[in-house]
Design a protein around this ligand. Structure first.
Ligand code: PBG
Length: 343
């Protein structure tokens, strides 16, 4: 409880001395309120087609696009560090208007899933479900004909996109994914996936919904990594306005009602208040995605010697945890696991 005003007047003479415990606590770790564990972390991986291919992603030093046969190093690292899960993004050789490589059984993600589950059966494989990496226009859904948006730029069709997302989710489930994570921000995508998965005999498969996904400048490096920068317009007709917290609660509530098993907030660092509010309202596990731009900022400053990388990264992750996230998707998952192990 807060003291009232007359009490605070006595603060100078209070016998309370927070520093008394601090030296002891910081040395022992005792009474620490929040702990980051390796078990909280999920590592994103970018999978391309072909063989023997590793392509560095310039704005994300330390991360590469890899063909399925070049994933083993990452899989083994993650396994030996104890990082429990990876989330997969596929980048196809051929993109088309509907993003059909998203659900091809021989597309990058289904092949990667099958490969990883063979090599490391205990590693949880989450498959991101979206079309933007697979469409030639770079949007997360089908583009309507006609005048559409304000500049006549065509609109992204919602309900027509749902069956395509559902098809991709079923393809990943068929390939052996442990969880699917729809990120297209189409209305009712969670319900559409749930119905399709149940019908296809994947009733047991959980959905991690990107429930509150903001239209963020921090996705910039990812779009380089995925070749998914929209050819026209931007994603603001389906991703959320960064100014809106109440709307985020509606998005989360809808996804919970549609059967989401866990909900994600994205990005993380600039949205800690949203994470906290969701945590306070929802009993489901809450995930947060420390996105590519957050990684790039920390990396760039660290490379210049302007930040102590280890301390800054662990601080950014503990803040996400403290805000209320149970699960943290981060490009720093491997480094953080190493630092936590050696701590
Ligand atoms: C796909 C998707 C995006 C990210 C995750 N899933 C990109 C986007 O919406 O443009 C971003 C991840 C990151 O920046 O690390 N829809």
């Amino acid at each position: 409880m807060w003291r009232n005003e007359s009490d605070t007047a006595d603060a100078a003479t209070s016998r309370m001395r927070p520093r008394r415990l601090r030296r002891f606590a910081s040395a022992s770790g005792m009474a620490r309120e929040t702990r980051l564990a390796v078990a909280d972390l999920v590592l994103p991986l970018f999978v391309i087609e072909g063989r023997g291919a590793v392509r560095e992603i310039p704005p994300m030093p330390g991360h590469s696009q890899r063909s399925v046969d070049r994933l083993d190093g990452e899989i083994d690292d993650v396994g030996s560090l104890g990082v429990p899960a990876v989330i997969l993004f596929g980048i196809p050789d051929r993109k088309d208007f509907q993003g059909s490589r998203a659900w091809s059984a021989d597309g990058p993600v289904p092949r990667a899933i099958a490969h990883i589950k063979r090599r490391a059966p205990g590693l949880m494989v989450v498959a991101d479900v979206c079309l933007c990496e697979y469409t030639d226009h770079g949007h997360c859904g089908l583009v309507g004909s006609g005048d559409g948006g304000p500049e006549g730029q065509g609109r992204i069709l919602n309900d027509e996109t749902l069956p395509l997302l559902a098809r991709a989710a079923v393809a990943y489930a068929d390939a052996g994914a442990d969880m699917v994570a729809p990120s297209a921000m189409m209305d009712h995508q969670v319900g559409a996936l749930r119905d399709a998965l149940d019908t296809a005999g994947h009733g047991h498969l959980p959905i991690l919904s990107y429930a509150a996904k903001f239209a963020s400048a921090f996705y910039g490096p990812f779009r380089v990594a995925a070749g998914s920068t929209p050819r026209f317009g931007d994603r603001r007709e389906y991703q959320m306005d960064p100014a809106n917290a109440r709307e985020a609660m509606r998005e989360v509530q809808l996804d919970v009602e549609e059967g989401a098993d866990a909900v994600m907030i994205k990005p993380a660092g600039a949205y800690l208040d949203i994470i906290r509010q969701v945590r306070d309202r929802v009993d489901l596990p809450v995930a947060a995605y420390q996105v590519s731009g957050e990684y790039a900022m920390l990396k760039a400053a660290a490379e210049r010697g302007w930040l102590d990388e280890r301390r800054a990264v662990l601080e950014s992750l503990i803040a996400i945890k403290r805000a209320g996230a149970d699960i943290i998707v981060s490009y720093y998952a491997k480094s953080a696991a190493t630092w936590l192990r050696d701590a």
